[in-house]
Structure formats: structure tokens, C-alpha cells
Design a protein around this ligand. Sequence first.
Ligand code: SME
Length: 157
Amino acid sequence: MAEDLTILKGDKQTQYQSLIPQIEGLLMGETDVIANMANICAALKEQFNWFWVGFYLVKGNELVLAPFQGPVACTRIQKGRGVCGAAWADAQTLIVPDVDAFPGHIACSSLSKSEIVIPIIKNDVVIGVLDVDSEDFNHFDEKDQAGLEKIISLINF
Ligand code: SME
């Protein structure tokens, strides 16, 4: 496993193209899901320097906070609540350009302005989400969706 990431600057596509093979390398030979989620958060934070990036996992009827990078966050989210709970209920990626305009958005921090949430689906069931927050409005687009969905698919949940 490589010990250091190579951080390429450039447009989003360039950054994902550089990062994804390195994440594949980080995950290679490691079967522990917590370890892999933790390293993915660190790699994404290092590459993109987003405000917050982390996982929530479905436990019973809630999402529960899992490995993340960034400020402390709310630990439990009900199905259908907030962007994360909505992505879980809909089993679909949600891109929110202005979190204040999203009904029921859960403000873990007032600094967060836009958000993308990708559901993690195993055997047709949502088992968790990857949540990313930015301090800028309108930060995430379909390139982030494609890159992050690819990265999620690398984890053997
Ligand atoms: N804003 C999220 C809650 C999680 S924090 O952003 C880390 C939501 O509305 O689901």
C-alpha cells in the first residue's frame, strides 16, 4: 500500500482520475470495512479539502455516524430526514446546491452550504450513505456523483 497520496490539482475529472487508482491501491488486500471507509475519507479530504466528508451506516431504523473527516457531526439520522435520510429513503444520489433551500436539511454546521449524498446499496438495499459538505454554494455536480459512486463501488461492504 502506498503511504502517501499524490495530490494532483486541476479540474474535477483530472482529480478523480488521479485519486481513484490510488484509492484502489489503498483498499487492495484490506478487507476491514471500517479501515477502508476511514482511508477513503482521509484520501477525499486530502485531495479535495472539502468541509466535511464521511459515512453513515444504517443500523435498525437510523443512520449512525461512521468514519469521517471534518468537524464533529450529528450521530443519528432518521430515515427520510435531512439530505442523508432522503438519499436513504429514495435510494438515489442527491445533489443539493443550497442546503438552506432543502426541506428538512439537518445543519450539523452553519458553515455547510451545499451537499452531495450517495447511497451505498448492497443486494438492492441501502446500507449506508457517503455524505460530503462544502462551504461553497453549488459546489457538487454530476462529475462528483460519477467519481464518488465509483469510489463507493470499490468498497466490499
Ligand atoms: N446535512 C446532513 C446531515 C449530516 S451532516 O451534514 C454531516 C443532512 O441533512 O442529512
